[in-house]
Write a protein that binds this ligand. Structure first.
Ligand code: NAP
Length: 284
């Protein structure tokens, strides 16, 4: 079986490649810019150029591929829709059997998340494509919280524009384990998974877990959206991303990331890490 991982130079794609490498599948890493994929070369059978904005590159890249692990870009909604349609057309033309799509828990019609229209389109377009499909909606990443720890220690506060919302956070390592399993295993066609952490936690519980892990007192501070925008700007986040993040935290408050499943365990035999287990292994 040949598995092609798109966005393999990215954080999630790279971890999926790591999980697949050394297994029975032939792994091909797809990179928008293969010059940036040198670290992948020794792990995979091949690195191929795969640019969602260049359909011809994808038509060539997907030749001989059985399973396409499709990780969307961070483009704005409308260009991302075009990228997805072109990717599926190329996959069909190249004779791909099954597409495993990394979606997001906010793929709901009433979602507050600005990118939800893309997710709804992407899931539906895949299901209508005639290709075999597996959809896995990712929970919210825990990794950015670990990356943020030095700043959190400096200010002693974890600031989000969230009052009651809870999140069943998951680390990219657990997502990668689950994706590797569903790419290579049988019986995953026409299945929807929700890949979340083991339980939903409040922002206060998150701050307490960071405090326990670091040994520093970090308290949760609910901030206004205006204050959150200032914090993001101080962190030099691009304007478009700030708007997306703001809508993501409205979705948190709307309860869109509260559902917790055991699908990671079902797929891999091992549950997703708790906050404590994640931070203990993060080196953060
Ligand atoms: N669950 C969550 O909390 C969460 C949070 C943020 C995002 N996401 C979603 O999950 C995806 C993967 O996350 P990540 O952490 O791995 O992001 P990431 O590190 O930014 O990786 C994104 C990947 O997409 C590739 N890419 C971008 N534009 C492309 C194009 N036109 N053609 C082909 N490849 C392209 C990038 O290639 P280059 O290396 O060339 O840039 C990179 O390999 C994101 O793209 C986003 O849709 C989920």
């Amino acid at each position: 079986m040949t598995v092609f991982v798109t966005g393999a130079t990215g954080a999630l794609g790279g971890k999926i490649v790591d999980r697949l490498a050394g297994g029975d599948a032939t792994v091909i890493a797809g990179a928008r810019n293969p010059d940036r994929a040198n670290a992948l070369r020794e792990k995979v059978a091949e690195v191929r150029r795969c640019d969602y904005d260049d359909p011809a590159s994808m038509r060539t890249a997907f030749e001989g591929v059985d399973v396409l692990m499709l990780i969307p870009s961070l483009a704005a909604v409308e260009p991302r829709i075009r990228q997805h349609a072109d990717t599926l057309t190329a996959a069909k033309e190249a004779g791909v059997s099954r597409v495993a799509f990394a979606s997001f828990m906010a793929a709901e019609p009433d979602s507050r998340f600005h990118v939800a229209p893309f997710l709804l389109y992407a899931e539906s377009k895949l299901r209508l494509s005639g290709l075999d499909w597996t959809i896995a909606r990712d929970g919210m990443y825990l990794d950015p919280v670990a990356d943020w720890i030095p700043d959190l220690i400096r200010v002693g506060k974890l600031p989000y524009p969230v009052r009651h919302g809870r999140v069943s956070y998951i680390g990219r390592d657990d997502l990668a384990r689950a994706f590797a399993a569903l790419c290579t295993g049988d019986g995953h066609s026409e299945r929807l998974y929700k890949l979340t952490g083991p339980r939903a936690v409040s922002m206060q519980e998150l701050a307490a877990a960071v405090s326990r892990h670091t040994g520093e007192e970090i308290t949760y501070e609910r901030v206004s959206e205006e204050r959150f925008i200032e914090i993001c700007k101080a962190g030099e986040e691009p304007e478009e991303l700030i708007n997306v993040l703001l809508s993501m935290y409205r979705a948190v408050e709307h309860g869109e990331f509260e559902e917790a499943t055991d699908h990671v365990k079902q797929l891999t035999g091992e549950p997703a890490a708790s906050l404590e287990e994640f931070f203990a292994g993060s080196g953060g």
